[in-house]
Write a protein that binds this ligand. Structure first.
Ligand code: SAH
Length: 339
């Protein structure tokens, strides 16, 4: 029989529990930081907790949440972790080492319900939301193998804003001093444009970075690529982003996957610049990552640069071209399927 999961308690829950067990309040903090700050995997390592207490915990709880099934390493150093959940569902997390940053890209759902046509994850369909501790354990597993993590991006499998509560609990522990100690400005949540999530984040006290997968300035094209656009069309989306930026006084990131012949034309670049006018932001252009069975292809390098320079005619902010990492191991954007 599986024991109860000690990692399923938030700090507040754990505090209630330790009182129930007759432990002192400070034990909650001790247990919590052993689990999430130090990342131990066995109760016997909780050396500042009395032995009988450790034995009690060991008899009643388990620490394990994720099992590492496989690690693939890309030519560029990116690593893709295939992880198995206790219910045997599979998810993926990606480790992206750079000169100054060591980023983990986490999944928030098993599969994804949004069905974007250019994204391989969509083909899995949707299985379930991840719990906060299943999100955190992805970072933990990678940290254990590769050391301290500086940045976390919620850009793996799934739509974070369809799992808002658990995602924000995970953010809380990532940024906590007795959790992972990763500053909120080093945490990015990427959304396909779920308006409720954007407004909720705008009203909240969280200071994470927000990224939006826009992918076309035209409703017809965007609805074709991303069916969610029928529910939340571009006009409404931009309105929510203006509200967000005003409320938070922070710029946002616009992600734009460039697909040959679909959203990479001169008219797209010019219109994109126009609809974003006056919205403090930066644009990240991502050449489409091909995968088996997709009909799309990326524009050439020259066409991407051309798009960027046309865009800059109307768009006064920073434009970057994302060098997708880990494509040879299907660890690039939109290539995660948990296999
Ligand atoms: N659901 C959220 C989080 C996933 S982020 C969101 O949509 O933002 C995944 C990012 O990868 C998105 O910006 C998406 O537009 C991009 N993407 C998906 N498939 C891709 C592909 N085949 N090539 C390049 N980028 C892709």
């Amino acid at each position: 029989m599986e024991k109860e999961l000690i990692k399923s308690f938030t700090y507040e829950n754990l505090l209630v529990k330790v009182r129930e067990w007759g432990f002192k309040d400070y034990t909650a903090k001790q247990i919590f930081s052993w689990l999430w700050q130090k990342g131990i995997e066995d109760f016997s390592q909780m050396t500042d907790i009395a032995k009988e207490k450790r034995e009690f915990l060991k008899a009643n709880f388990q620490i394990k949440v994720l099992e590492r099934e496989k690690v693939l390493t890309s030519r560029d150093g990116t690593k893709k972790f295939l992880l198995s959940l206790l219910d045997r569902n599979k998810i993926e997390a990606v480790f992206i080492p750079e000169d100054k940053r060591r980023t983990v890209c986490v999944s928030t759902q098993v599969g994804c319900p949004l069905g974007c046509h250019f994204c391989l994850t969509a083909r899995l369909g949707f299985k379930r939301n991840l719990k906060f501790y299943e999100i955190l354990d992805q970072v933990q597993k990678i940290r254990k193998d590769f050391g301290q993590i500086t940045n976390v991006v919620f850009m793996g499998m799934g739509e974070p804003f369809l799992n808002f509560e658990e995602v924000m609990k995970a953010v809380g522990i990532l940024s906590s001093d007795f959790g992972f100690k990763i500053g909120q400005r080093h945490i990015t949540i990427s959304t396909a444009g779920i308006l409720e999530g954007i407004y909720r984040l705008a009203e909240s006290a969280w200071n994470v970075k927000l990224a939006i997968s826009l992918n076309s300035p035209k409703d017809e094209v965007r609805s074709f690529l991303m069916p969610i656009n029928q529910k939340y069309p571009i006009g409404e989306l931009i309105k929510s982003l203006r509200y967000y930026v005003k409320k938070k006084r922070r710029r946002i990131t616009i992600e734009y996957v460039l697909i040959k012949g679909l959203n990479d034309q001169e008219g797209d670049a010019l219109l994109l610049g126009k609809i974003l006018r006056g919205l403090p932001s930066k644009i990240n252009l991502i050449p489409f990552n091909p995968f088996p069975g997709s009909d799309f292809s990326p524009p050439s390098e020259k066409e991407v640069e051309n798009f960027a320079s046309l865009l800059s005619l109307h768009y006064p902010y920073l434009i970057t071209i994302r060098k997708s990492r880990g494509r040879d191991i299907l660890a690039g954007c939109g290539q995660l399927i948990g296999r």
